[in-house]
Ligand binder design. Structure first.
Ligand SMILES: Nc1ncnc2c1ncn2[C@@H]1O[C@H](COP(=O)(O)OP(=O)(O)OP(=O)(O)O)[C@@H](O)[C@H]1O
Length: 344
């Protein structure tokens, strides 16, 4: 079995505030394996950044353990902690580049305290810039670059000390959709190439879906749900996770629209959501419902998306037929492991 590279055990972070205490993180535990691209998602203020900041001890937890590579880093002295931090790269939403230095100087900056000659440092910085596709701009200054390019420079700089862990704190939040996708795929490529463990803090569901293999959903300081991307997105257990995942989704919009439409028409038809996974997607379901139960499924909305290469289908339908036939049709769906949810 793989040994986790990061173990967070029963982490609590409290901030004194006026005469009160803010419980920013509550009893959060998580195991992160080497090479994971782990999404930490949740609404603003959920405690994502605070939780991840305990990993490089930028935030000391009020209680709990932080184990990195099997070692409890909360027991480390400053010198030991500096060595740990060198192996953790961090990128932020606002890049944090030094505007008065060239791109090359920004990337070589973390190498200044190493026993490297200027030439060796610059060679390494050029190599890193090449890796992120920006070597041709090494003499430019940050202000001469686009947001996506600045984030690439920040990534190159974060990789200067050959870290094992890369923390991305809302690194794509200020970027347009195209640059977001490019940065995310760059992170994925780098993770694969260097067996880099990536922690992706974000409130963007699509970012997580694009590259993460695992995800933890945080709400009000707690990790409400965590697991593989397929389990958390495909089969969320907690109502808050469902709400977070489906908000603003095309499915949620379609359901809202269809409910309103049926209501306006004064229709009493039952609106159902059929959700199915993997091989079930290939079932000729609609035809079967008619042939077996003379029930006509009127498909009002449908989509299939792939999560970790497993197709997940959503159909919003009305089922029309004798009521006991409709009931049998629903039972038949359940038997095929197609979940049936009444929407009105
Ligand atoms: N230094 C601090 N002092 C007091 N309260 C803090 C401090 N840092 C964070 N908090 C509070 O802790 C809670 C969690 O904040 P945190 O930044 O971790 O959330 P988040 O999920 O990362 O949100 P965002 O996506 O907006 O950054 C918030 O209520 C925040 O106000």
């Amino acid at each position: 079995m793989t040994k986790p590279i990061i173990q967070l055990r029963h982490i609590n972070v409290d901030f004194p505030h006026q005469n009160n205490v803010i419980h920013a993180v509550k009893d959060a535990s998580l195991n992160i394996d080497p090479g994971d691209i782990y999404g930490i998602v949740g609404y603003s203020g959920a405690g994502k950044s605070t939780l991840v900041r305990v990993i490089d001890r930028l935030q000391k937890p009020s209680s709990g353990q932080v184990i990195i590579n099997g070692q409890d880093v909360l027991q480390f002295n400053h010198r030991q902690m500096r060595a740990v931090r060198k192996k953790i790269g961090v990128i932020f939403q606002h890049y944090n580049l030094m505007t008065s230095r060239t791109i090359l100087n920004n990337v070589e900056f973390p190498l200044l305290d190493q026993k490297l000659s200027r030439k060796e440092r610059q060679q390494r910085a050029h190599k890193l810039l090449k890796l992120v596709g920006l070597d041709s701009k090494s003499s430019f200054y940050p202000d001469q670059l686009s947001g996506g390019q600045k984030q690439r420079v920040a990534i190159a700089r974060a990789l200067a000390n050959q870290p094992k862990i890369l923390i991305s704190d809302e690194a794509t939040s200020a970027l347009d959709p195209r640059n977001t996708q490019e940065i995310l795929h760059l992170l994925k490529d780098l993770s694969k190439k260097f067996h880099l463990t990536v922690l992706l803090i974000t409130h963007e569901m699509d970012a997580v879906k694009a590259i993460c293999n695992k995800v933890a959903f945080m709400d009000a300081g707690q990790i409400i749900e965590h697991g593989t991307l397929f389990d958390v997105f495909g089969k969320p257990k907690h109502a808050k996770t469902v709400q977070f995942i489906t908000r603003n989704s095309p499915l949620a919009r379609a359901v809202k629209h269809l409910k309103a439409k049926l209501k306006k028409l004064g229709s009493h038809q039952k609106l159902l959501l059929l959700k199915y996974y993997g091989t079930n997607v290939n079932q000729p379901l609609i035809i079967n419902l008619y042939q077996k139960f003379t029930v006509i499924a009127n498909v009002l909305y449908g989509n299939i998306e792939e999560i970790q290469h497993i197709p997940i289908g959503h159909l919003v339908v009305t089922l029309n037929g004798e009521s006991d036939h409709v009931q049998q049709a629903e039972q038949y769906c359940e038997k095929l492991k197609i979940s049936v949810k009444h929407l009105n």
